[in-house]
Design a protein around this ligand. Structure first.
Ligand code: UTP
Length: 407
C-alpha cells in the first residue's frame, strides 16, 4: 500500500485524518503507518451505523446434562473422550489476548504469580491441568495459545524461560489475534501518535478468524484434529480437554458443548445458557431481565441457572460453516488514551469513545446444537478477574487450596 492508495481507501471510511502528519514522518514511520492501515479491518466501523445488532429472539430455558446425568454415564463419556484424544482428534486453544484491566497487572494475566509460599503462575496452573489429561491418556495434545500484539512477546518469552512448564514444546503454538481501531464518539479513529493508530485486541470472538489467518487451523485439520477445546486464561481450576466433556458432546451428536455451573444465586453476574428462537444461545448477565433472573421452573429450579465459564468445545467442520456468517460486533464505551489535536498524548478520565469487540459466546448461537455440560463450580471454576473481592486472586487461592493444589 502506498500513500495514494491509503488515502483513497481511508476516504471511503472518512478517516483521512490518519494521514495528517504523513509528510512529517521518516521512511520507517511512514511504512509502519501504511502497514497498520493495511492490517486493520476497517469494515468493523460499519457496526456504528448498523441498526443495533443486539435485538434478541425469543428466549426460553435450555436443558443441560447435569452432574447427576454425567455420573450415570461417566464411564461411557470418559471412554469416548479418551479415544478421541488418543486418536489425535482434540486440540486445546487458550485465549490469552485480553488486557486484564480489572486485575491491573501490567504483564499478560497468565504471568501473574498466584502462589503464596512458592511461585505458581496462572499459565503454569493451566499447563498442570492439561498435563493431567496428557498423563492419563499418554497423548500430547496440541496446545495453541492466542496472544495479542500487546502481549505476544512477553507471553512467548515467558513460556520459553519456564521451559513450557514441562509441556512438550513441539505441541505448543502461538498466534496473534487481530486488532480493531478505537474511535471517538463521532466514529473518527483515534491516533496514539503521528504514525500510530489507536487499536486494541478485537475481543475473544476474534480467535477463530485469527487462527485461520495464522495457518494453524489448516495445520490442525491436516493433522486430523476434529475438536477444539477453547478456554479462558483466568480460570485456574479450568479442566482442559476433559475426556468426560468431550465424550458427552460426541455421544450426544452435538456440534459444540459448553461447560456450565449452576449459578451461586439469581443475582450472580454471569452469562447464562438458554435457547433463542429454539437454538442454543447465551444471554449476558446485563441483558437478563429481572423476570428472567428470578423465573422458576415447575421443579422450583431457576429457569436460567446454567452460567457459562468460557470453556467450549467446537467441532471444526461446523466452525468452518459458522465462519461464513459475520459475527455480531459489540460496541463498548471506553477511556481511550490518544494524541489530541495539538499532538499531545492524553489519558482521559472518563469514556471518550468506542472500542469494537466480537465475543466467543456469540458463536454458540451460530451453532445448531450446543450441549450445556454441568460441572461442580468448587472444582472447576476459580476465575481471577479482580484484584480484590469477588472472583479475585484471594478467592482463586482459596479454591486452589480446597482442591489440594500446593500454592
Ligand atoms: P475478559 O472478558 O475477562 O477480558 O476475557 P480481559 O481483557 O481478560 O479482562 P478485563 O475485562 O480487561 O479485566 C475473557 C477471556 O478472553 C480473553 C482473555 O484473555 C480471557 O481469557 N480475551 C479477551 C482475548 O483473548 N482477547 C480479547 O480481545 C479479549
Amino acid at each position: 500500500m502506498n500513500y495514494e492508495s491509503a488515502m483513497s481507501f481511508l476516504s471511503e471510511y472518512e478517516q483521512e485524518h490518519i494521514l495528517k502528519y504523513y509528510n512529517e514522518l521518516n521512511n520507517e514511520q511512514k511504512n509502519n503507518l501504511l502497514s497498520q492501515i493495511d492490517g486493520i479491518d476497517f469494515s468493523i466501523l460499519n457496526a456504528l451505523n448498523a441498526e443495533k445488532n443486539c435485538k434478541r429472539g425469543t428466549i426460553s430455558p435450555i436443558d443441560a446434562v447435569t452432574i447427576d446425568d454425567i455420573a450415570k454415564n461417566s464411564e461411557k463419556y470418559t471412554q469416548t473422550g479418551i479415544e478421541a484424544i488418543k486418536a489425535g482428534k482434540v486440540a486445546a486453544v487458550l485465549l490469552a489476548g485480553g488486557q486484564g484491566t480489572r486485575l491491573g497487572f501490567d504483564k499478560p494475566k497468565g504471568m501473574y504469580n498466584i502462589g503464596n509460599s512458592k511461585e505458581l503462575y496462572i499459565f503454569e496452573c493451566l499447563v498442570n491441568n492439561l498435563m493431567d489429561v496428557v498423563k492419563h491418556t499418554g497423548t500430547w495434545i496440541p496446545f495453541v495459545i492466542m496472544t495479542s500484539e500487546k502481549n505476544n512477546k512477553d507471553t512467548v518469552e515467558f513460556f520459553k524461560e519456564h521451559n513450557y512448564f514441562g509441556y512438550n514444546s513441539e505441541y505448543v503454538k502461538f498466534f496473534i489475534q487481530d486488532m480493531a481501531p478505537s474511535v471517538d464518539f463521532n466514529g473518527k479513529i483515534y491516533m496514539e501518535d503521528k504514525d500510530k493508530i489507536s487499536s486494541s485486541p478485537n475481543g475473544n470472538g476474534g480467535w477463530f478468524s485469527s487462527l485461520v489467518r495464522a495457518g494453524i487451523f489448516a495445520e490442525l485439520c491436516t493433522q486430523g484434529v476434529e475438536w477444539l477445546n477453547v478456554f479462558a486464561v483466568d480460570n485456574v481450576l479450568q479442566r482442559i480437554a476433559d475426556p468426560g466433556f468431550i465424550g458427552a458432546v460426541i455421544e450426544t451428536g452435538s456440534e459444540s458443548g459448553s461447560k456450565v455451573v449452576s449459578k451461586a444465586s439469581p443475582e450472580e453476574n454471569v452469562g447464562v445458557m438458554c435457547l433463542e428462537d429454539g437454538k442454543p444461545s447465551i444471554v449476558e448477565y446485563y441483558e437478563l431481565t429481572e423476570e428472567m433472573r428470578y423465573q422458576l421452573l415447575d421443579n422450583g429450579q431457576l429457569a436460567y441457572k446454567y452460567g457459562v465459564i468460557l470453556n467450549y468445545l467446537f467441532r471444526m467442520d461446523s466452525l468452518v460453516e459458522i465462519n461464513k456468517e459475520k459475527m455480531p460486533v459489540h460496541i463498548v464505551k471506553k477511556k481511550i488514551p490518544h494524541m489530541n489535536d495539538n499532538g499531545e498524548f492524553i489519558t482521559p478520565e472518563k469514556p471518550n469513545g468506542y472500542k469494537f469487540e466480537t465475543l466467543i459466546l456469540d458463536m454458540i448461537h451460530m451453532n445448531n446444537t450446543c450441549l450445556p455440560y454441568e460441572v461442580e463450580r468448587s472444582k472447576e471454576f476459580a476465575p481471577v478477574k479482580n484484584k480484590e473481592g469477588v472472583d479475585s486472586v484471594d478467592t482463586a487461592r482459596e479454591l486452589l487450596i480446597i482442591n489440594g493444589v500446593e500454592i
